[in-house]
Design a binder for this molecule. Structure first.
Ligand code: HEM
Length: 481
């Protein structure tokens, strides 16, 4: 069973990694176009941007779910059939989305703000339909996968124990709850609710596509779409943290269990993450003012508890443990750092007064690229290195240096753009009336493309290190027998 679970996980991980690499290619193309190094028509730029945003978020989320699936499969009876079925659905959805964007030109951005895809769209109507159906298929895949995980964990530990409420009540359970079960449950509950919100939105979009006469509430759909997007990207990072909680003790030799503080922090995060998305709607004057205020409070509430307990936990795993700085723990520690840096930038942006300056500048992609590229991705790679039992430590660490230089260099260019007020989602900065901002935007974009290329090559080198490390591990095993 262990081998079959591994194979099912490998299928997800390989797809997630491959999507990540291809999407970086699209990202570099966009940065080169913004830097005036290549010329692409605006419609193509927006189709690439839509595919890049959805592909990155969706592909990484799928891989992240497979990480928690694999971790819980060691103690819970998860369904292999559901995993494979969800995988096939995900692949069908991904290929259909590629077709709708790259061939059909579907390009309203990842959240396809209603009624944008339906009014004077620059792409054919069939591309809108295929994109909606593709996203719905992917949503069903994630929902099935997450619900099966919740079922398996509830069957093993009891549904009432999954969120560690007994610890909050101050009781000492006879059988301790593993920290990874608490985090995986939190991820699957929030992820399933977020996915459901996306599914409802997309079903309404489908209705509108089939019957163009239907009129929908634009503000309501913006809320449900952002709840979906905000929740799944955050859950993706929490899944990465689940890998950190699971594997750090192996390297530090110290246990990492649940206590009252951890239980309160993760429960608070589960509650707050569902409402923090209101901070995406600060500019929507039609939205009730109270929701803006709730957005600011819950943004702080969702960011601080999980970050505080996890970073403190990582520090206490490392401090004077005598741990060897192998690739996996190093990637976890630096991934935690990237997550925190991106988190601070996000909290800054979720502050209403600051948001009125930074909104729709490159500061926004700067912060979410930070906690993904040098946060979650490092946790993901740390997990991959351990999962494949790679022995190519030096090779992996050298590729990591390249990813650090390329990653932080690329991100700095987004932050500088944000600081100088360069707007986000511009196919060509030449359209900006203020010459100084247009020139700065193009310069930062060219340098950003260069750094991103360094990241891309280093990520490919990391993938090669996994193969090299496996051959080395096999050779060592043969030599010792
Ligand atoms: C080196 C890797 C990457 C490169 C070169 C890159 C590049 C870009 C560029 C140029 C944009 C458009 C920025 C603008 O608004 O002007 C963008 C947007 C975006 N990127 Fe990335 N990116 C990378 C990694 C990632 C990762 C890891 C994620 C993970 C979620 C991601 C998700 C997104 C999303 C969601 C958008 C917004 C799309 C939209 O507005 O519809 N990117 N990226």
């Amino acid at each position: 069973m262990e081998k079959r679970n591994r194979n099912a996980t490998i299928a997800w991980l390989v797809v997630s990694f491959a999507v990540f690499i291809v999407m970086i290619g699209l990202g570099i193309t966009m940065r080169l176009a913004q830097g005036l190094r290549i010329e692409i028509p605006p419609n193509t730029f927006y189709a690439l941007m839509t595919m890049h945003g959805l592909g990155m978020a969706g592909g990484l989320f799928a891989g992240a779910l497979s990480i928690i699936w694999y971790i819980i499969s060691r103690t819970c009876k998860v369904s292999l059939a559901v995993s494979w079925f969800s995988w096939v659905l995900f692949l069908i959805g991904a290929v259909a989305l590629l077709y709708a964007t790259l061939i059909g030109g579907f390009g309203p951005g990842w959240y396809a703000l209603y009624p944008l895809p339906f009014i004077n769209a620059a792409w054919p109507s069939w591309a809108t339909g295929v994109a909606i159906i593709a996203l719905l298929i992917m949503g069903v895949s994630w929902l099935l996968y997450q619900l099966d995980m919740l079922r398996a964990m509830a069957a093993q530990y009891g549904a009432s124990r999954l969120l560690a409420w007994e610890y909050i009540a101050g009781k000492k359970p006879a059988e301790p709850l593993p920290a990874v079960i608490l985090i995986a449950s939190m991820c699957a509950i929030a992820g399933a609710l977020g996915t459901l919100s996306g599914a409802v939105t997309l079903i309404l979009y489908l209705l509108k596509w089939i019957s163009p006469g239907v009129s929908l509430d634009a503000l309501l759909l913006k809320n449900t779409m952002f709840m979906f997007g905000h929740v799944i990207v955050n859950v993706c990072i929490y899944c990465g943290l689940c890998a950190v909680y699971h594997l750090m003790p192996k390297y530090s030799g110290r246990p990492w269990g649940v206590n009252r503080i951890t239980a309160i922090a993760w429960n608070a995060t589960l509650f707050f993450v569902l409402f923090a998305y209101f901070h995406h709607l600060y500019m929507d004057f039609a939205q009730n003012k109270a929701l803006h205020i709730i957005g600011q409070i819950t943004s702080y509430g969702s960011a601080i508890p999980a970050t505080a307990v996890s970073l403190f936990g990582i520090a206490s795993q490392v401090y004077k443990s005598g741990m060897k700085w192998r690739f996996t723990p190093t990637a976890f520690v630096l991934g935690g750092m990237g997550w925190a840096i991106g988190g601070v930038a996000a909290v800054v942006d979720s502050t209403i007064m600051v948001n009125s300056y930074f909104h729709n500048t490159l500061w926004v992609p700067a912060h979410f690229h930070t906690y993904f590229l040098v946060g979650y991705i490092f946790m993901f790679f740390g997990f991959l290195h351990d999962f494949f039992n790679s022995k190519a430590e030096r090779f992996a660490i050298s590729s990591f240096v390249g990813m650090l230089v390329g990653g932080y260099g690329f991100l700095s260019m987004f932050y500088l753009g944000g600081y100088y007020g360069v707007p986000r989602r511009y196919a060509a900065y030449t359209a900006i009336q203020v010459g100084d901002i247009a020139n700065k935007g193009a310069l930062f974009a060219s340098l950003g493309a260069l750094f991103a290329a360094v990241f891309l090559l280093s990520a490919i080198a990391f993938a090669i290190s996994l193969f090299a490390g496996r051959s080395k591990a096999t050779a060592e095993a043969v030599a010792t027998t």
